[in-house]
Design a protein around this ligand. Sequence first.
Ligand code: FES
Length: 152
Amino acid sequence: TEQQSRIAALVSDHQAQPGGLLPLLHAVQDELGHVPDAATPDIARAFRLSQAEVRGVLSFYHDFRGEPPARHELRLCRAEACQSMGSEALAQRLRARTGLDDAGRSADGGLELRPVYCLGACACAPALLLDGELHARVDAAALDALLAGCLE
Ligand code: FES
């Protein structure tokens, strides 16, 4: 597939570099939006590592993802100021409304919820980022309005 040949090209760009594994993984994620698990055996072979070692690196750095991103990413602040202003209740409301699975994805693939620990908007807690855009002083009604725009 086209995806496989892109990955193969990136592997050959990086494989001779000392410490090339991390730059390679970043390059794959930048291009494809994720690092497909199916690519692990080829990557491991190219870097003379075991598949477990490659998976270990992928899971150590939380920014890597094994599947394509959802259409919308919602990062709800879970740090202290937002916690004290009700971010946990927002998280519960989100789960109830969207049926998120354990990985934080809605059943239709429309939304993924990920935590973040402080968005620098503590004075306007609780805060969240929806597709990179900051929303502050989010209450239940504001959350519902944001969700309505994400879920069909
Ligand atoms: Fe949530 Fe700082 S604690 S923005």
